[in-house]
Ligand binder design. Structure first.
Ligand SMILES: Nc1ncnc2c1ncn2[C@@H]1O[C@H](COP(=O)(O)OP(=O)(O)OP(=O)(O)O)[C@@H](O)[C@H]1O
Length: 639
């Protein structure tokens, strides 16, 4: 429709071309659907203006009646305005529009030449104005589509995604309904959603049926409007099922980034508006094709997200199952119950227990039961690092922060962001390290060594130690404030010898695991092997048991594991201080070597007054390697 406002300022200027002194009566008459109406008039009114205008447009030539003459305004028009089959034409041809100028000059009908000149200028003005309106509309449509498309990236269920796409189509095309048909190539069906009025909410059609099928098979837009000769192209059965009447329909194929057709986007019942009648037009085809492109990409990226999430969940599940917390002794059941309670909270947990009791396994068990299970689980052994390295390990460092810092390095706190940081052997941390750790736990930001930028970290901390922290606090070796920070909840793992039959449960678990790894049929434990394991005091706890079973698995081959296969050094057979030799040495070289190593390490530690760093130095080992060696030998490493 022509804007009457804009004509009221333009027409006086246009009519001024006729001559300043002429007496003018007349104006512009426009067809609006079935009715003709005057949208601008100057001078006394004339009753027959509308009928003369309609005659001029119909005849496409200059017509006159009484003192008036009329001529249709030039315009670009659709070559076949009723194009009901296939695609609407997008190339417009010169012709007559739906407006006419009706004019009388000095009480005479306006002559042909004058009217032709006026109609031509007015035609150009109106087409410029319409193209401006179209540009404004396209700009608005594009903005709407982009806003919707950005929101689609956040949606995580397909029903919301398809609903949002359909709503967007209704909004930008100004139509009644829209449906997205996704192609199931295997079953040769098009699955349409949303499907208003269909009980299941899903519309299922053959992939070659109707206009939607045509668009899919031809890979090009198809459109239809009622009143033509091709009524059969529309499936009225679906209309009846939905208690609905389709008056116009536009279907465009949806093509993904690999140029594969994944479905069809359908829009139904164009609302008549200022730019079109009740049929979709060429501009709508362009708009829906653009929307279908955004929709296809969003569906593709949604499917990738779903696949990735499923893969991640599977991997997390596998990781959670790869280190199960085995044991059904009541003390372990109690720990499991408490772990389940504390897991969903973000509270700090302190895990206590001797070496090898499973502190890290318990920390992982808590992590995988928590909301953070999809985030990382990062473990740091605080005893293995000297103070300067610990700081850079935990908080990271900037390039050039110190001599060896040739690159920027992200610290474990940052790596664990969104997940859990397991601080093992926290009791061995230096005073400086403790102060820095406390600050990070309180402020929840880290600053890399050599940096100045505070980096927020979202980390749950689970700390562990085999040290009696209360005693360390009294001896001023551990900060009390840090202890309170870490010890919001504490869980204490009993030593393996206190867990009764769990020894056998764990032994069978490890046996099965190692046999599977080396492809060996799982043997059974003889009664005497069972008795030997249950009576052993396992100073190295579960780790020692695991090592024992690993050894058995590799070094034996029978169906039954006997007690001598276990090659366990009975704990009572520790080397005697008097003889410097195992009292009950059985002559086996492995046992004798182990007994000697235990005795040597114990003596050295004693001669250094318990100073592990000094003892490690004398042994020619790094402090962390000494701990590792002691654990291998099944020696207790707590004070
Ligand atoms: N309850 C358990 N179920 C299954 N495996 C366990 C269990 N407890 C310990 N283990 C196994 O024993 C070994 C030692 O466990 P873990 O490292 O968790 O002990 P830790 O107490 O953290 O040792 P450390 O004090 O030396 O750091 C690992 O191989 C672990 O898989």
């Amino acid at each position: 429709m022509t804007s009457a406002d804009s004509l009221s300022s333009f027409m006086p200027v246009l009519l001024g071309l006729v001559g300043q002194n002429a007496t003018l009566r007349g104006g512009v008459v426009e067809q609006n659907r079935d009715r003709w109406q005057t949208v601008f008039w100057t001078g006394d009114a004339w009753d027959e203006a509308e009928s003369l205008a309609s005659q001029a447009v119909a005849d496409e030539e200059w017509v006159q009646s009484g003192n008036f003459a009329a001529l249709g305004v030039d315009a670009l028009v659709q070559p076949d305005a009723t194009a009901s089959a296939g695609e609407p034409e997008s190339d417009l041809l010169p012709g007559v529009g739906s407006e006419a100028i009706v004019l009388s000059i000095n009480d005479q009908p306006a002559d042909q030449a004058t009217l032709k000149m006026l109609a031509s200028v007015l035609g150009r003005y109106l087409s410029l104005q319409r193209s401006h309106q179209n540009d404004t509309r396209r700009l608005w449509q594009t903005t709407q589509m982009l806003q919707h498309a950005a929101a689609w990236q956040q949606l995580d269920d397909d029903a919301s995604l398809l609903n949002s796409m359909a709503n967007c189509a209704c909004e930008v095309l100004n139509c009644e309904r829209a449906t997205i048909f996704l192609w199931d190539k295997r079953t040769k069906k098009l699955i349409g959603r949303p499907a208003i009025g269909i009980e299941s909410g899903v519309l299922e059609v053959e992939d070659n049926a109707g206009i939607v099928g045509e668009a899919l098979q031809s890979k090009s837009p198809r459109w239809w409007s009622a009143g033509g000769t091709d009524e059969g192209r529309v499936n009225r059965r679906i209309d009846r099922a939905q208690n609905f009447t389709t008056r116009s329909l536009l279907a465009v194929p949806m093509v993904n980034s690999r140029d594969q057709v994944i479905g069809v986007f359908e829009a139904i019942n164009a609302d008549p508006g200022d730019h079109r009648n009740e049929s979709f037009d060429a501009a709508d085809v362009r708009t829906l094709s653009e929307l279908a492109m955004h929709a296809a990409l969003a569906i593709e990226s949604y499917r990738t997200r779903v696949d990735l999430t499923e893969t991640r969940d599977r991997l997390v599940e596998q990781a959670a199952q790869s280190k199960p917390l085995i044991g059904s002794h009541h003390s372990m059941e109690e720990i499991r119950r408490n772990a389940t309670k504390v897991a969903p909270t973000d509270l700090s947990v302190l895990v206590l227990g001797s070496n090898g009791t499973g502190k890290e396994v318990l920390a992982q068990h808590i992590h995988y039961q928590s909301e953070r299970r999809n985030g990382p689980f990062v473990a740091v052994n605080c005893a293995a690092l000297v103070e300067t390295l610990l700081e850079s390990e935990l908080f990271g460092h900037e390039k050039g922060a110190f001599t060896d810092a040739s690159d920027t390095r992200v610290g474990k706190f940052e790596l664990a962001s969104g997940g859990t940081l397991f601080l093992d052997e926290v009791g061995d941390m230096s005073a400086g390290g403790q102060a820095k750790l406390l600050r990070v736990l309180e402020e929840k930001v880290v600053v890399r060594v050599g940096g100045s930028q505070p980096i927020p970290v979202d980390v749950r901390v689970i700390a562990a130690t085999n040290q009696p922290l209360q005693q360390l606090i009294e001896a001023k070796k551990f900060r009390e404030d840090l202890f309170f920070r870490l010890n919001v909840v504490s869980l204490t793992l009993p030593s393996l010898s206190q867990r009764g039959d769990d020894v056998m449960e764990l032994a069978n678990h490890f046996l099965e695991d190692f046999c599977r790894q080396i492809g060996r049929t799982m043997p059974t434990f003889s009664e005497d092997a069972r008795r030997a394991m249950l009576s052993h005091d396992w100073p190295g706890n579960v780790r020692e048991l695991r090592n024992t079973i690993e050894r058995v698995c590799y070094l034996t081959s029978g169906d039954v594991i006997r007690s001598e296969d276990l090659m366990m050094t009975p704990s009572v057979n520790r080397p005697s201080a008097d003889t410097g030799w195992a009292e009950d040495a059985d002559g086996n070289l492995n046992h004798a070597t182990r007994a000697f190593q235990i005795q040597h390490i114990e003596r050295l530690i004693a001669s250094c007054g318990g100073n592990m760093t000094e003892a490690a130095g004398k042994l020619g080992l790094h402090r962390s390697n000494l701990y590792r060696k002691m654990r291998q030998l099944g020696m207790p490493t707590s004070n």
